[in-house]
Design a protein around this ligand. Structure first.
Ligand code: SF4
Ligand code: SF4
Length: 114
């Protein structure tokens, strides 16, 4: 991974919000997001999450009939301040082979504390 040498700034192309697969909700994120949305935990889990493909935890659901994350609103994320780690971590803390072919992030200064 190139993250050691460079920092990539997201250009909000939203591609990573439209990929097929799980938007993993890590430990503690379900509670944090439900609180942020001011939705009872049970209702959030029931209406906005599903079991991950590996059945090891929860994922956000997609909009009906597409691979687009339920929390994408135009080019904005409804969870901006409490995004799951999977979203905030890409592409600098995790990525995959040839990720730059589908991500428009550009090299830039590493934010303080990142
Ligand atoms: S694919 Fe890359 S540039 Fe596009 S929104 Fe995701 S992180 Fe940002
Ligand atoms: S939670 Fe937000 S950043 Fe993450 S995939 Fe959904 S819309 Fe994109």
């Amino acid at each position: 991974m190139e993250a050691e040498e460079a920092w990539y700034q997201c250009q909000r192309c939203t591609n990573c919000c439209k990929w097929e697969g799980d938007v993993v909700l890590a430990e503690g994120e379900v509670e944090k997001i439900a609180e942020y949305l001011k939705i009872p935990l049970y209702d959030f889990v029931r209406h906005y999450t599903r079991l991950r493909e590996n059945r090891q935890g929860l994922s956000l659901i997609d909009k009906e009939g597409s691979d687009e994350c339920i929390m994408l609103d135009g080019v904005d994320c409804r969870l901006q301040e409490v995004k799951p780690y999977q979203c905030t971590g890409f592409p600098n803390r995790w990525n995959f082979e040839n990720w730059r072919e589908s991500c428009e992030a550009i090299p830039g200064p590493r934010p303080e504390g990142a």
